[in-house]
Design a protein around this ligand. Sequence first.
Ligand SMILES: *Cc1c(COP(=O)(O)O)cnc(C)c1O
Length: 467
Amino acid sequence: MTADKVSEGGAGYPADTLGLEAGEMRRLGYQVVDMVVDRLAGKAGEAAILTGRADQLRQALGGPLPEQPSNAQESLALLAEIALPHQQQGDHPRYFARVPGPSSFAAVLGEWLGTGFNSMAASWAGGSGPATIELVVIEWLRQLMGMPEGTEGVLVSGGSIANLTAFAAARASHGTGVVYLSDQAHSSLPRALKELGFPPEHIRILASDEQLKIPLDALLTAIAGDRQAGHKPFMVIGTAGTTNAGTVDPLPELADICVRENLWFHIDGAYGAPAALTASGRDYLRGMERADSLVLDPHKWLFQPYDAGCLLIRKGALEHCFNMNPEYLKDVEAGAGEVDFRNRGLELTRRSRALKLWMSLRTYGVARFREAIAAGIALAEYAEDYLRQQPDKWEVVTPAQIGVVCFALRRGSGEDHKRRARDLAESGFACVSSTSLKDRTVLRLCTINPLTTRDDIRETIDRLNNT
Ligand SMILES: *Cc1c(COP(=O)(O)O)cnc(C)c1O
C-alpha cells in the first residue's frame, strides 16, 4: 500500500527531463510562487480587466520560432507583466461581469502539485491515487448538493462539457427524443444538444415567463403536443441559477412532471448550485436534489482556479454510455471499488482536477466555503438595497438572487448601458456586464467574490451613474 522508496536506480538522473539544473528549478519555482503571491496581494490595486491591442501583444510576445534556449526568468517576466495582466481578472474584488472566478490559494497549491507530479486520472491502474481523490471529492460534492447516496460523477473542464456529458449519458440510459428547456438556459446547452445530433425539432426552447422561469403550463402543453404528434418526450432541463439573473426554475414541479411523464430531469447548476451550501440558498434551490443529473462549476462559486466542472448523475449512467475497453487497455481495467474515469466521459488521458478541490476543502473547511458563499449572496442584496435608495436614478430590474442583481438607469437606452459598462471597464476600476432580459439591455452585477466590500459595491454603482 505505501510506496516504498526505491533507493536503487534513482541516483544519477537529472531532475528535469530536458536539462534544467535542480538548483535552477528551485530558484525559478520559488520565483513563480513569489510572483503569484505578489499578484494576489496587490490585485485590488490593478485593473479589473485589461484588453490589449493585437499588434502590440503580438509584438511583445511573438517572434521567430525559438530554436535556441533563452533566459527562463525573462520569459516568466514577459508572461507575468504582459500576457497575464491582459485578461479579465476574475478574482479581482471589483470584477462583477459574467461569472467571476474567485479562485483560492489552497486550490492553486493542489493544482500546482498535481501538475508537478504529472497527475494522471484516466484509469485505476494508471492512477489509483488521483482516481481515489476524485472519488472522494465527488462524494463530498454529492453530499453538499444533497443528492441521493450512490450518485456518481466525473470532473471535466467546465459547465459546457459537463452538460454535454450529461446529455449523452441521459440519452444512452433513457433513449432519445424531445428535450425541453427555456430561453434562459445557458447558450452552450442548445449547442451541446445540436452537436450530439439532436435535430432542431427535438430541441424545444420555451419562452420564459415574466419571472424568467420555465412556464409549467406551456411545458405540459408541449409535452402533450409532442406525444400526439408521435414524438417521444425525453428530457427536461431546469436551471438552478441562471447566468443572466440568478433565477431558478420551479424545480420541485419539474421533478414531479418528470416522474409522471417518465422523463429524464437534468439541472444546470453551473453557476448557482453552490448556493446550496448556505441555508437561504438551499431553500431557494429546493428540488435540486431530485435531478437525475446535475451540473456545477467549481471554477465559478467553489473558489477553484480554471478549469473544473462537475457532473453528478445516477449510478451507472456514465459507464453505460462511455465505457471503452479495447484490447490495448485490457491490462488497465478496474476491479471492484475501482474506477476508470476514462469510462465516465470523453477524455482518456486526463489530469486530476480533483486535487485542488480536495486540498481547498480540507485546508479551509466547508464552513469557510459556506461563509464565503453567504457573503456573495449578501453583497448582491446590499447592491439591490443601495440601488433602491436612489429611485430617481436606478430601477432594479431583477432582484438580488443568489449573487446576481440586474438594474437599469431610469433614463437610459440600451446603448447607454453598454457604453457605461464599457467605460468603467476601460477605466480599470471595475468590470460589470450588460445583459439582455426580454430584449431589454440592463446592467448586471455578479457578486460572488468574498473579498468585495460594500464600498466596492457603492463606488462601482456610483461610477456607473456618473460616467
Ligand atoms: C457558466 C455556465 C455554463 C458554462 O460553463 P463553462 O464552465 O463556461 O463551460 C453553463 N451553464 C450555466 C448556467 C453557466 O453559468
